[in-house]
Ligand binder design. Structure first.
Ligand SMILES: [Zn+2]
Length: 304
């Protein structure tokens, strides 16, 4: 089984054996802004894998968006050059077979719920904080999927309980302002730090500076945590997931795993908050492992 995680900045491919052993793993830069090059890249990754391992059967591809059940075209991708494209049909022509295509956050949570941080939990909310913000939900081993293919697309809800300086909020590629994603994505975090006079740093560099005692970085991290607490509390109030697993580049920030649960009691409607917040067991590989798993587990659901 071949899994491909088509990210905004990087694309990763793994070959997963029937016993879930990773036989091969590759990571390359995504051809940002270039749809035709994206198709060529995926065709090349599949050809390389089959040269080495022979026919692989199904191919699962996680994308930063979804295939519209209404039109079959990509929608909701923050890699906006994919939107409106017949990705599935174009890849089927390029690969000589129809791939299973699913939202990258759905792939991520499927992987972490199956044999990752959420293994054994009744309900798992997998939350990706990276180039964009997305999430997926697994309940009793089943991925939650709805008629619009948007389950978990909480990044385009408005930031809850906004403060005056957070209104109307930054413009989002979706056409609205003040979406959760504009505050909680990696670029959103970095832009907020700059807007408050900070240097042009990555989120992990801001967190590292905060840990070293830089007051401006600590203030930025504090604002980020407060917004993340407000935004996640609304989901906990609705779903009450047993485990919340973080993914994406910002899941490497250790301060989130202490800072966020410390803030939840202010916003979650409960006397105590027993929700477990965990880093991904498979790290950056969760999305691509889930893509391979998706091709195996949901070929019918995501092959329309
Ligand atoms: Zn938006």
């Amino acid at each position: 089984m071949l899994g491909i995680d088509l990210g905004g900045t990087k694309t990763e491919a793994i070959v997963l054996s029937p016993a879930d052993v990773v036989l091969d793993r590759r990571r390359v830069a995504s051809p940002t802004g270039d749809y035709d090059a994206t198709i060529r890249l995926i065709r090349g990754l599949a050809a390389t894998a089959e040269d080495r391992f022979g026919p692989l059967g199904g191919i699962g591809i996680g994308i930063p968006g979804a295939l519209s059940p209404a039109s079959g075209l990509v929608k909701n991708a923050n890699s906006t050059w994919l939107n409106g494209r017949a990705l599935k049909a174009d890849l089927a022509a390029a690969l000589g077979r129809t791939p299973a295509i699913a939202n990258d956050a759905d792939c991520f949570v499927l992987s972490e719920a199956a044999d990752g941080a959420g293994k054994g939990a009744e309900s798992v909310w997998g939350l990706i904080l990276g180039t964009g913000v997305g999430s997926g939900i697994v309940v009793r081993g089943r991925l939650l999927a709805g008629p619009n293919a948007i389950a978990g697309e909480w990044g385009h809800n408005p930031l809850p309980r906004p403060k005056d300086e957070e209104r109307p909020g930054p413009a989002c590629y979706c056409g609205k302002q003040g979406c959760i994603e504009t505050f909680l994505s990696g670029p959103g975090f970095a832009a907020d730090h700059r807007a408050h006079g900070g240097a042009d740093l990555s989120p992990t560099a801001i967190a590292a500076a905060a840990a070293d005692g830089d007051p401006a970085a600590a203030a930025s991290l504090g604002r980020y945590l407060d917004r993340l607490a407000r935004a996640t509390a609304t989901v906990i109030n609705l779903l009450d997931p047993e485990v919340v697993v973080l993914g994406g580049g910002l899941s490497n920030i250790a301060a989130l795993y202490t800072g966020l649960p410390a803030l939840w009691p202010r916003h979650v409607f409960s006397d105590r908050v027993l929700t477990r917040l965990l880093p991904p067991l498979h790290g950056d590989a969760s999305g691509v492992r889930g893509a391979a798993r998706m091709a195996r587990k949901y070929p019918e659901k995501f092959s329309n």
